[in-house]
Design a protein around this ligand. Structure first.
Ligand code: AMP
Length: 629
């Protein structure tokens, strides 16, 4: 079948198409209805069907490949490496599930996971899935305020964490940040389960904190049966940034997600049982959920969990892993490749990479230089893929499991099956012609695997994503894009205040709120500015309450460092702006709206754009002057 026919079938007969795809997973009870779209934009997939993500990822492989590798946990930070077979993973997940049940976790309860990239983090996610608890993984790079916001929104009965992570040879403590977050949060979780890696001493709160090793020892032979869940039960909540300062909880289902992952592993990632998949992301991001933990295991593949950087002990480390574990499919981000590009390529050539069939890159725009360089070094297909936390699996790429469609430099690809992608004129709501810039939108219903709603706030889901165009039921991705005459898309940046630093999605509003909490700051604007290595970096322009505090260059530098440390402490180093400039006025419209796009344009050396509504043009000169310092 050609991809064009495959795609057409998915759009014209979604029910028939997704009924076939549903056969890729095991169902405990068959569904009654493939799709219920009676209350758009809400889409319910596989209504009445019962299944379980953990069952599909672990248990169903026990009959055919119990002793084959399932989870390979590698840390170049602690120099440890351990392979768990499907049988061993099954046992560990049951132990973790038994601990959770013992701590009173029930079906539908939220469990917040704040952990480094260690095997126990995967056990925790799978154990939640097994007993029908809803996990909410928070990226380990986030600090106490970010964590507190998420605790208050998710209201977890249990938090699972560790003493510390490790990065670049240094321990990065988790427990003190978690303790501070719980102090800051209004909601108090009943228990905290802690994996003690021996990297940092922990202050234990009696009655609340539980030691994982001791609890595990009590449940060595635990047998915890799978809880069968209706397809539309909640599997997880993953927070992501948007236009407001308050992160959105992207809520996902069970059955639709399992089918979408099984289907994408087959048609897009071409994964086969017994092979090894290596995604270099983190469980705190959507790639970690879909393509470190669930996707590869659902496809019967071994998956690698990697703690460490791409260049330690040297820039050959990832390739040595590919050789050792005969990785066939690898998934990373353009930033990581740009980091590797700075190191001698002999480090890559030293290894036998013949097992590798393709490298998938996502999370941020893939520039042509990076793409051509890595394609040349590896000699395998480099496949860009564009998607979002909200969708859970690729919207644009090529599906080489269906047809060997060619890729095009600078384009993440063509529309994936199930996604009715449109380019919409922002003002008229009409569809753009080929090569015309518009907003990338998707006509509802979204395919299986995409977000069900914003956790706890259906109205926010409707208002945020489905109310941007007056005409049809259109989901906005908040990305600008164009489609060429052959159906290849090009992504041209966000339409909102979200920025993308090294593939990490951050809201400039959140950073602004954090900077504003510094007692000397009266107002601040944060914008994303193009960066050769990280794609974008955050740059802040702040107005001081007392301008005399930053008159000399020394004073400016000291204050800049102070502001940065506020962001570090509250949100985490990942959100730290690369520069904080001090100005006395910010560019605004006469109605008081910050002209962030003009600031961004000036920072990138472009024209400031339409300034007919600007209140005081001298504000732009201040931005220009500040950049020269
Ligand atoms: P996240 O939800 O963190 O995965 O971020 C999603 C956003 O990252 C998208 O809306 C895009 O702005 C950007 N993005 C993700 N993948 C790509 C890609 N392959 N090319 C260009 N931008 C991308």
């Amino acid at each position: 079948m050609t991809y064009a026919a495959f795609y057409q079938e998915s759009i014209q007969d979604p029910q028939g198409f997704w009924a076939k795809e549903a056969q890729l997973i095991d169902w405990h009870k068959p569904y009654d209805q493939v799709l219920d779209h009676s209350k758009p934009p809400f889409a319910k997939w596989y209504v009445g069907g019962e299944t379980n993500l953990c069952y599909n990822a672990v248990d169903r492989w026990l009959a055919s490949q119990a002793d084959q590798p399932a989870l390979i946990a590698i840390s170049t930070e602690t120099n440890t490496e351990k392979t768990y077979s499907f049988a061993e993973l099954h046992a560990e997940v049951q132990r973790m599930a038994a601990i959770m049940l013992g701590l009173g976790v029930k079906q539908g309860d939220r469990v917040l996971i704040y952990m480094p990239m260690i095997a126990e983090a995967a056990f925790a996610m799978l154990a939640c899935a097994r007993i029908g608890a809803v996990h909410s993984v928070v990226f380990g790079g986030f600090a106490s305020k970010s964590l507190a916001t998420r605790i208050d929104d998710a209201k977890p009965v249990l938090v699972i964490s560790a003493d510390a992570g490790m990065r670049g040879g240094k321990a990065v403590p988790y427990k003190p940040l978690l303790d501070e977050a719980i102090t800051l949060a209004e909601y108090k979780p009943a228990h905290v389960l802690l994996v003690d890696r021996g990297l940092d001493t922990m202050q234990i709160e009696a009655g609340r904190d539980v030691d994982y090793a001791a609890a595990r020892a009590q449940h060595m032979y635990a047998q915890v049966p799978v809880t069968w869940l209706e397809s539309n039960a909640m599997s997880y909540v993953l927070y992501t940034s948007g236009t407001t300062g308050k992160p959105k909880g992207v809520q996902r289902d069970v059955g639709g997600y399992a089918v979408a992952l099984a289907s994408s592993m087959k048609h897009i990632f071409c994964g086969k049982p017994g092979e090894t998949y290596f995604a270099t992301s983190d469980i705190g991001w959507v790639v970690g959920h879909s393509y470190i933990v669930y996707g590869p295991l659902i496809a019967g593949m071994a998956t690698i969990m990697y703690e460490g950087t791409p260049i330690r002990p040297d820039a050959g480390i990832w390739w040595s892993i590919v050789e050792k574990y005969k990785v066939t499919r690898m998934f990373s981000a353009p930033t990581a490749v740009r980091v590797l590009k700075k190191h001698p390529s002999e480090l890559m050539r030293k290894y036998d990479l013949s097992s590798l069939k393709a490298l998938y890159l996502a999370g941020e725009p893939l520039d042509e230089t990076t793409s051509s360089w890595i394609a040349n070094e590896l000699g395998v297909s480099i496949i860009d893929n564009y998607w979002q936390t909200e969708t859970g699996w690729p919207i644009l790429t090529v599906a080489h499991g269906v047809e060997q469609t060619s890729t095009r430099l600078g384009s993440p690809g063509i529309a994936m099956y199930g996604y009715d992608v449109r380019i919409i004129d922002e003002n008229t709501g009409a569809e753009c012609a080929a090569n015309e810039k518009g907003v990338v939108a998707i006509k509802g219903p979204l395919p299986p695997g995409c977000m069900q709603t914003v956790y706890g706030d259906d109205q926010r889901f409707v208002n945020t994503y489905w109310s941007n165009f007056s005409h049809e039921q259109l989901y906005s991705t908040f990305d600008w894009g164009i489609r060429d005459a052959d159906g290849y898309y090009f992504i041209l940046g966000r339409t909102d205040d979200v920025i993308n630093v090294a593939g990490h999605r951050l809201g400039t509003r959140e950073i602004e709120e954090s900077i504003s909490s510094h007692p000397q700051i009266s107002e601040v604007a944060v914008v994303g500015v193009e960066d050769k290595l990280k794609g974008q970096v955050a740059v802040a322009f702040a107005i001081l309450k007392k301008p005399e505090l930053a008159e000399t260059p020394e004073q400016k530098r000291a204050l800049e460092a102070e502001v940065m440390s506020v962001v570090d402490k509250q949100l985490g180093a990942v959100a730290r702006p690369s520069r904080v400039h001090f100005v006395s006025i910010l560019p605004k419209t006469r109605s008081g709206k910050l002209l962030r796009r003009s600031i961004q344009a000036i920072c990138e050396g472009r024209e400031a754009g339409d300034l007919t509504t600007i209140e005081d043009p001298s504000s732009l000169q201040q931005i220009q002057a500040a950049l020269k310092v």
